[in-house]
Design a protein around this ligand. Structure first.
Ligand code: HSE
Length: 440
């Protein structure tokens, strides 16, 4: 049997603790599968005294992740610290410089520095694996990087944040408040240390940046992503979407267009009967439109300790099965030096249908004026209704406001923004308009 594969694990939070426990519980099983013992020989975390329900007694303790990354006693550095700079970044660079393979679940790090890290790994003949960085337990990286190599991808999109999907699902299904849903997602270990990363869409953007690079063979370009989160989605939007036959999901979408590649993250209305509308709670789903395979949809648990640790363990097992001297697959599918510059499509050129909800003063001619502003921008309306749900009746009498809901046929982002600006200038609005893109 080959020599044991010795791991140094940095970060013992939800995922790190799950990983150490799973590797201990499945020791014999993994040894049989990999033909080699996998052992955690050293760990590093901020707080040594914290209770983690895992036995760390046989492992060397480090307070400094960089020192662990350079320790000659390890073969693989497993980075589960998180964050795109500081100890996470420095320790991964140190590990690659010291000739260690790296496994990481750190989407922020890869979104920001993925191209350079992949280059360094390739130059040093090392593996950089990051299956757990996108969509938790779903094997989307290997699927796109390896199984779909022969496909040209036209679009990749999905629900990439478990916390947001959990919040939107419970708001729709049980009418629970946004704040209560978020608190529960945090308690269950789904949310990031700073949950604004989840609800404002940045976590989805980090994951989308990685998928875009693999799908289109481009350098990772997280700063070019249009990002809107879910924090201004109200129960009224969810109800209106439902009445129109849609669900609201936070989607990350990367799509080839005539002017470049669109990368966008925003709340999206998806038809009830679409595959993506059936994805509930913390589940993630990724759909890939390939020219040979057609559309592929993968779904599964997108967050949580065990689901994410499952992907990390798979990456470690791949390294255990590899042999020294072997040419390793490039981290982003194509050799890092050949990744093309990312050519960004302008968001204002985005074409699609739109849902618009505006609160207006209840006056003669408001609907006519709104409809004229839309027509002036060549926007064709699929429907326009003055919507007064029963619950609003009482409020209406006091404040003399009405809600108008419009759904457009395919138009452009620029046309919608121009029309909304003009409607605002006309003085009919009592609050900022709500605009949600529709994806069919
Ligand atoms: N906070 C992330 C989520 C964890 O909710 O999906 C997985 O990246």
């Amino acid at each position: 049997m080959a020599e044991p594969l010795r791991l140094g694990v940095a970060g013992l939070g939800t995922v790190g603790a799950s990983l150490v426990r799973i590797l201990a519980e499945k020791h014999n099983f993994l040894t049989d599968r990999c033909g080699r013992v996998i052992e955690v020989v050293a760990v590093c975390a901020r707080d040594r005294s914290r209770e983690r329900s895992v036995d760390l007694s046989a492992m060397k303790w480090f307070d400094d992740a960089v020192a662990l990354a350079r320790d000659p006693a390890i073969d693989v550095f497993v980075e589960l610290i998180g964050g795109d700079s500081g100890p996470a970044h420095d320790s991964v660079v140190a590990a690659l410089d010291a000739g260690k393979h790296v496994v990481t679940a750190n989407k922020a790090l890869l979104a920001r520095h993925g191209t350079e890290l992949a280059m360094k790994a390739e130059q040093n003949g090392l593996i950089l694996n990051f299956e757990a960085a996108v969509a938790g337990g779903i094997p989307i990286i290997k699927t796109m990087r390896e199984a779909l190599t022969a496909n040209s991808v036209n679009r990749v999109f999905g629900i990439l944040n478990g916390t947001c999907n959990y919040i939107l699902t419970r708001m729709e299904r049980e009418g629970i408040s946004y704040d209560d849903c978020l608190a529960e997602a945090q308690r269950l270990g789904y949310a990031e240390a700073d949950p604004t990363f989840d609800v404002e869409g940045f976590d989805t953007a980090h994951k989308l940046a990685i998928l875009t690079s693999i799908a289109f063979g481009t350098k990772v370009a997280v700063d070019e992503i249009y990002v809107e989160g879910i924090s201004n989605i109200t129960p009224a939007d969810i109800q209106a979407a439902y009445d129109l036959g849609y669900r609201i999901k936070l989607l990350g979408v990367a799509q080839k267009t005539d002017t470049g590649i669109e990368q966008r993250v925003h709340p999206t209305m998806v038809p009830f009967d679409s595959a993506i509308a059936q994805i509930h709670d913390v589940t993630n789903a990724v759909a890939i439109d390939g020219d040979i395979v057609g559309q592929l949809v993968l779904s599964g648990p997108g967050a949580g300790g065990d689901a994410t640790a499952s992907a990390v363990a798979g990456d470690i097992a791949d390294i255990a099965k590899s042999r020294p001297g072997q040419q390793y697959a490039p981290a982003f599918g194509a050799p890092a030096a050949q990744l093309a510059p990312y050519r960004q499509a302008r968001m204002r050129a985005h074409a699609g249908g739109y849902f618009i909800r505006i609160n207006v003063h209840d006056r003669i001619g408001v609907i006519a004026s709104v409809a004229t502003r839309m027509a002036n921008e060549n926007i064709s309306l699929a429907s326009i209704v003055q919507h007064t749900p029963a619950k609003q009746e009482a409020a209406k009498k006091q404040d003399d406001h009405q809600t108008i809901i419009m759904v457009t046929h395919k138009t452009t982002e620029l046309a919608i923004r121009n029309a909304l600006e003009k409607i605002g200038e006309d003085g009919h609005l009592v609050s900022a308009p709500q605009m949600i893109r529709i994806e069919n």
